[in-house]
Design a protein around this ligand. Structure first.
Ligand code: ATP
Ligand code: MG
Length: 282
């Protein structure tokens, strides 16, 4: 078997708090090939912390340890900061919820995508401009020659997210981490954006981690799913089996989804049992 793209073993992260350190990840493990892995779980379960740990973008005071944290041939625990700068945006890209915070408001869309390409490929200006126009077309922007000269505030939410995808994928990363990439968007464009992300990830043969609290979406879009709760992986299963999940937490997450076909008076709140966390640690 070839080595996985990503190998995460017993990853622990603790953040400083008023009363010493508090655990955000309590030893999560998973591997990823060139496939689509969903990470679901309630707010605060540690999903974004896992994504940021892989990018080594946690605050300096966070305490991180793992038995392994590897991207193919690179040990992410010991890589130098210079190596990490090459890896971020070059080999691993991260797409966040709201493009308005990730794009520089003072630079045109074209300048930012070109810069992202040139930093990681050392290409010249003319080549970078051609690639930028082609990439904008790849994310289904109809009029790339006009859009390259726009500033981020001139874009709609959906267009902004396409620009982000173009910028993040132009250097052909091996791994894309998308943290709630569509939750800031209007429901009507969510599907389109995911479709575009899917197309690019498949065309480039990259691996994808899709972080979301939207179970049906993840179950449609991904190959495999990790269900997280309290900084641990409760369950790992094929995405198509998500509706048949057996762990009580996953079952209660499902039960708490409001039905689409009729109105309800009361929404069900997932129920928790503290013993789930201790069971896993054994
Ligand atoms: N920079 C930080 N400093 C201190 N604590 C943090 C920091 N970032 C996250 N935490 C804590 O770590 C835990 C996990 O947070 P994380 O953001 O990873 O959750 P999440 O699953 O992404 O939640 P959400 O669905 O709301 O985005 C939470 O208890 C959170 O309060
Ligand atoms: Mg998060």
């Amino acid at each position: 078997m070839t080595d996985p793209l990503l190998d995460v073993r017993n990853l622990r992260v603790a953040y400083p708090s008023a009363h010493g350190y508090s655990d955000a990840l309590r030893g999560i493990s998973f591997t990823l090939g060139r496939e689509k892995l969903g990470i679901v779980g309630e707010s605060g379960s540690g999903k974004s912390t896992a994504g940021r740990a892989i990018m080594r973008l946690l605050p300096p005071k966070a305490r991180v340890s793992a038995d392994a944290l590897r991207l193919s041939d690179v040990d992410l625990l010991t890589a130098s900061e210079a190596q990490m700068r090459d890896i971020r945006g070059g080999r691993v890209a991260m797409i966040l919820q709201d493009p308005r915070y990730a794009l520089n408001p003072l630079k045109t869309v074209g300048a930012q995508i070109m810069e992202s390409y040139r930093i990681h490929t050392r290409a010249g200006r003319a080549e970078a401009r051609d690639r930028t126009l082609a990439m904008l077309e790849d994310v289904h922007i109809r009029d790339p020659r006009r859009v390259v000269d726009l500033y981020p505030h001139e874009l709609s939410g959906g267009m902004g997210q396409r620009v982000m995808i173009a910028m993040m994928l132009i250097a052909s990363p091996e791994l894309v981490i998308a943290d709630e990439p569509t939750s800031a968007l209007d429901v009507t464009v969510r599907g389109q954006i995911l479709e575009i992300l899917n197309e690019r990830v498949e065309a480039q043969g990259a691996g994808l981690i899709l972080i979301s609290h939207d179970l049906p979406l993840v179950s449609d879009f991904c190959d495999r799913v990790l269900v997280m709760y309290g900084g641990q992986v409760m369950e790992e299963l094929a995405a198509r089996d998500l509706s048949q999940a057996t762990h009580p937490y996953t079952v209660s997450l499902h039960a708490s989804l409001p039905p689409l076909d009729h109105a309800v008076d009361e929404l069900i709140v997932p129920e928790y049992d503290p013993s789930w966390l201790t069971e896993i640690r054994k």
